[in-house]
Design a protein around this ligand. Structure first.
Ligand SMILES: [Fe+2]
Ligand SMILES: [Fe+2]
Length: 337
C-alpha cells in the first residue's frame, strides 16, 4: 500500500517497477501517521518519511554491527573453555550472535542501504556499535557474566523491539529474543556452578560482576532527560519503552538473581525503595561511557582491527561464492536455451 509505480525508460519494454516514493506528500504522510497511530506495521514497500527511514537504517545497522563485534570478546574464549560442554555452548552462542547480525543486516537492506555500505561504515570507524564490547574479557567468569548481564540487558532492550513499527525489524527480533534468552540462562548457569566451587572461583565471579555491572547499566543509553531523539523514536513506534524505564526494569530483575547467585552488586546506593516500588541505584559514570562510544575505550582499536582482518581474510570465500553463483546461472541459462 502507499506505493507508486514508476516507468523505467531505459529498460527494454519500459518495465514498470513498484518503488516507494520519497517525495513529501501530505496525503502519504497522513496515511503513514494513521498507520502508526493504529499501531500498524510499516513494510519496505510502504511510503515512509525520510527521517524515519534514516533513523531505522542507523539503528538497525548499529544493532547488526553490535551483534557481529559482540562475537569477539567471547570468541576468544572458545579455545580456552573449561570443558567440552562449555565449549559447545559457547560456540553455539557466538554463532547465534553472527546469525543475529545477518538477520539485522538483511532487515536494514530492505530500507535501501547495502551490506557493503554498512560494512564500510563499520570498518572505517564511522558507524557505532554497542560500547559494551570495547571492554576485555579477562577470565572465564567474564563469559558467564556477559551471558547473565550483557545478554540480560540486551533482552530488556530487545523484547519491546518485537513490537517496533517497522515490520522486518520487529519480525527479526522475535527469534533474536528467543536466542538471547538461552544466552542469558547459559551464562547464569555457568556462574551458579562456579559459585559452588573454590574460593578462587567465587572471587573470580565477583570480580567479573564488579567490572561489568556499571557498564551494563550504561547499555540502556543516556538518561531520558538527555536523550532528545527518544521522543521521536517513541512517536514513530520504533522505541516503546524509555532508557530509564528499561534500566530500572533491569536493576529490579537482576537484584534477586544476584542474591541467589551469592554475589554483591558493586553499588553502595543500591537499595529497595518501598515508596517507588523499585530499587534505587547510584550514579552511572557517563564520562566513561562517552569516552568509549567515541573510540577511546580499552579495546575499541583492537576490536575494529580484528573485524577488518576477518573481513579481509574472508574475501576469497565471497569471491568463490559469487563465482559459483555466476557459473550456476550461466549453466541454467544454457540449459534453458
Ligand atoms: Fe544477539
Ligand atoms: Fe546474545
Amino acid at each position: 500500500m502507499y506505493t507508486q509505480s514508476f516507468n523505467v525508460p531505459d529498460s527494454p519494454g519500459a518495465k514498470t517497477v513498484a518503488l516507494a516514493p520519497s517525495s513529501e506528500d501530505p496525503a502519504l504522510q497522513a496515511a503513514f501517521d494513521a498507520r502508526i497511530d493504529a499501531d500498524g506495521r510499516i513494510e519496505p514497500q510502504d511510503w515512509m518519511p525520510e527521517a524515519y527511514r534514516k533513523t531505522l537504517v542507523r539503528q538497525i545497522s548499529q544493532h547488526a554491527h553490535s551483534e557481529i563485534v559482540g562475537m569477539l570478546p567471547e570468541g576468544n574464549w572458545i579455545s580456552r573453555a573449561p570443558s567440552l560442554k562449555r565449549k559447545a555452548i559457547l560456540i553455539a552462542k557466538v554463532q547465534d550472535e553472527g546469525g543475529h547480525g545477518l538477520y539485522l543486516y538483511s532487515a536494514a537492506e530492505t530500507l535501501g542501504t547495502s551490506r557493503d555500505q554498512m560494512l564500510e561504515g563499520l570498518h572505517s570507524g564511522r558507524a557505532k556499535y554497542s560500547s559494551i564490547f570495547n571492554y576485555p574479557t579477562l577470565t572465564w567468569a567474564d563469559v558467564g557474566v556477559i551471558g547473565w548481564l550483557v545478554d540480560g540487558a540486551a533482552i530488556m532492550n530487545q523484547v519491546p523491539l518485537c513490537r517496533c513499527s517497522y515490520g522486518p525489524y520487529a519480525r527479526a527480533m522475535v527469534r533474536v529474543c528467543k536466542e538471547e534468552s538461552f544466552h542469558q540462562r547459559q551464562g547464569y548457569e555457568a556462574l551458579l556452578v562456579m559459585m559452588t566451587g573454590t574460593a578462587e572461583q567465587k572471587a573470580m565471579v565477583q570480580d567479573a560482576v564488579n567490572r561489568w555491572w556499571w557498564k551494563c547499566l550504561a547499555m540502556f543509553g543516556p538518561p531520558d532527560a538527555d536523550s532528545p531523539n527518544s521522543a521521536q523514536g517513541m512517536r514513530w513506534g520504533i522505541k516503546r519503552v524509555s532508557n530509564d524505564e528499561l534500566r530500572q526494569k533491569f536493576v529490579d530483575a537482576t537484584v534477586p538473581q544476584a542474591k541467589v547467585l551469592g554475589v554483591t552488586l558493586p553499588d553502595p546506593d543500591l537499595k529497595w525503595n518501598e515508596e517507588r516500588g523499585h530499587h534505587d541505584y547510584g550514579q552511572i559514570d557517563w564520562n566513561e561511557f562517552w569516552e568509549t562510544v567515541n573510540g577511546n575505550g580499552p579495546c575499541n582499536k583492537e576490536r575494529l582491527a580484528t573485524r577488518v582482518k576477518a573481513h579481509n581474510e574472508g574475501q576469497w570465500v565471497r569471491d568463490a561464492a559469487l563465482a559459483h553463483a555466476a557459473k550456476k546461472q550461466a549453466r541454467s541459462i544454457k540449459e534453458a536455451a
